[in-house]
Each structure stands twice: as structure tokens, then as C-alpha cells.
Design a protein around this ligand. Structure first.
Ligand SMILES: [Zn+2]
Length: 301
């Protein structure tokens, strides 16, 4: 399967996707995206033809990829870090990139007791002190492997219809939900259009899901806007355009508040980790956002 269908309910005047009707194929794809570890998602995007930027995670990913294996602890494998084990698998997900990455990651089981497994060969077994060095192969949960009755590919049972919101929130379709969503909009501007999602759209959807909250709108009305946030003196995050940023910087220069660069040691605690995680999914100037915001705060107080 390499296509998923989506019926978009759009407000043509506001150029906005109100919601979409989707079948099992598209929702299976969303669940698959949810199961991806960040490194796998970034790996998929950087391997595709898209501009290989997912916030700042692509920089972390590329840096680790370039780092010689000799810098890693001997009990770590770079391939495992770049292709972490994903928690859920199913066959036949539309638009899904192959299991090749997963297959290329080897797992090992204890050759003595068969009770312990590892990502790195030749570790010592907890239980029998044998070596965990026997290579294991993966059995994907495909219908062909299942002998207890008929099952379909994917995660969900067939035939149900779902409603998908612009932010990818989804729920089973009901007339009630459908009508209440329609009532919220000016019906005369509404239109519905059926679209096919190919692999390219699937990749863009994955990328947008890491950057945006209006994913379906961005996917179909183009110009996906990257939201850049500024951390203000009061630690508030504020979306900001590049133009705003330049203006702010020039204003600060005029006020002689910024006359030269200075080096500063900052504490990195739970709050900063939270901020960094948030900004790194949304913006390309993570450290500036997290730490220069903090410096401003200290100067004011
Ligand atoms: Zn053992």
C-alpha cells in the first residue's frame, strides 16, 4: 500500500482545513508516526528528499551520525542509537517506510539461558553469566504469521470512519460530532475535496507534525510556517517572525543594551531541559531562545 485517502472539509475563504474524514489507512499511518522514536523520525526525514530539517533534532542526529564510533562507550552501538527499537509494529501501513532500518538493527539473546536480550553483542547475561551473543531475527505481526483466525494489516480494524482535526487529533466518526463541527463554521464557505496521500505527502505530514499545529491546513494550503518562539524577560514564549527578531535586535542595539558579545555560564536545570525540548521541536535557534531569554531575565531583576 502506498496511498491513503483523505476527505478534507475546507473553508475556502479562510484557506483552512476544518477537519478531515479518514479511513483506517490514514489513522494506521498516524499511529505508526506516534510509535516512531524521535531518532527514527529524523532519520526518515533526512533520508527523504525533503529539506532535512526537523527543528533542531536533525542537527543532533547528523552530529551523532558523523561522530566516529571510537568516541562511544564500548557497550553502545551507534547504529542502535540512530535506529532505536520502536515499540509497535504492524505490516501493511500505508506510506510507511520500510522495515529496513529495523532489520539492520541486530538484537542478541543469551546463548546459555535464552532469557535475556541486548542491542550490543557479547554482554554478560544477568542470569546464567553466559554471553548474550546469539543473533535474533524479528517476526513482524503480519496476517501471514497469524494462525488464530483472519486479521488485516495495520493497527485498526477495517471499515470504521474517523474524523481528523487540523492538529491530527482523531476520533471515530459520528453524526453528532460531524454536525457540531460543521455548525462552528460558516457553511457557505465550506467545500469538501478528496485527496490522495502519497509517500511525499506522508513525509511532509511527519515533518509538519513536529513543527506545526495546523498540519492539514499547512499540508494543503502550502507555505507551512515555521513558528519561532522568543523567550521574553518574563519567561513567556512568544511566536516571532524573523523580521520581528531583527527589529528587536536593532532596537536593543539602539538602546545600547547590546554593545558587545559576552560569554556567560548558565545553569541547566529541569526548567531549561523542558524549554529546550519544547523549542528544539519548533525552532532553529534553541540555545538563543533558552539561554539569552534567561540572561535578559537576570539583567532586569
Ligand atoms: Zn543467560
Amino acid at each position: 500500500m502506498d496511498m491513503a485517502k483523505l476527505k478534507l472539509i475546507v473553508n475556502t475563504k479562510a484557506r483552512k482545513v476544518l477537519f478531515a474524514e479518514a479511513g483506517k489507512d490514514f489513522i494506521d499511518f498516524l499511529i505508526y508516526l506516534l510509535s516512531l522514536p524521535i531518532a527514527t523520525a529524523v532519520g526518515i526525514l533526512t533520508g527523504g528528499n525533503l529539506n532535512p530539517v526537523v527543528g533542531s533534532f536533525s542537527h543532533i542526529y547528523e552530529s551523532l551520525k558523523k561522530l566516529p564510533e571510537s568516541f562511544l562507550q564500548p557497550n553502545q552501538a551507534k547504529n542502535s542509537l540512530l535506529n532505536p527499537r520502536a515499540p509497535v509494529y504492524a505490516t501493511g501501513i500505508p506510506l510507511m517506510l520500510s522495515y529496513d532500518n529495523f532489520r539492520s538493527q541486530k538484537s542478541y539473546i543469551c546463548s546459555g539461558c535464552y532469557n535475556y536480550m541486548a542491542d550490543v553483542p557479547n554482554l554478560n547475561c544477568f542470569s546464567c553469566k553466559g554471553k548474550v551473543n546469539r543473533v535474533m531475527s524479528y517476526v513482524p505481526p503480519s496476517p501471514a504469521n497469524y494462525s488464530l483466525g483472519p486479521v488485516e494489516d495495520g493497527f485498526l480494524k477495517g471499515l470504521a470512519t474517523y474524523i481528523v482535526m487540523d492538529n491530527l487529533e482523531f476520533m471515530p466518526m459520528s453524526t453528532e460530532i460531524f454536525l457540531s463541527l460543521l455548525k462552528k463554521s460558516d457553511v457557505k464557505d465550506l467545500d469538501s475535496l478528496e485527496v490522495d496521500l502519497g509517500v511525499e505527502e506522508g513525509l511532509r505530514l511527519l515533518k509538519l507534525s513536529l513543527e506545526s499545529k495546523t498540519i492539514l491546513t499547512s499540508l494543503y494550503f502550502g507555505d507551512a510556517k515555521l513558528v519561532t518562539y522568543m523567550v521574553m524577560d518574563n519567561s513567556e514564549f512568544r511566536p516571532m517572525s524573523t523580521k520581528d527578531f531583527v527589529t528587536l535586535f536593532n532596537n536593543l542595539r539602539l538602546e545600547k543594551e547590546v554593545t558587545e558579545l559576552e560569554e556567560m555560564v548558565v545553569d541547566f536545570g529541569t526548567d531549561e531541559v523542558r524549554k529546550l525540548l519544547k523549542t528544539s521541536m519548533e525552532n532553529k535557534t534553541v540555545l538563543t531562545s533558552v539561554f539569552l531569554g534567561k540572561i535578559g531575565e537576570q539583567k532586569r531583576s
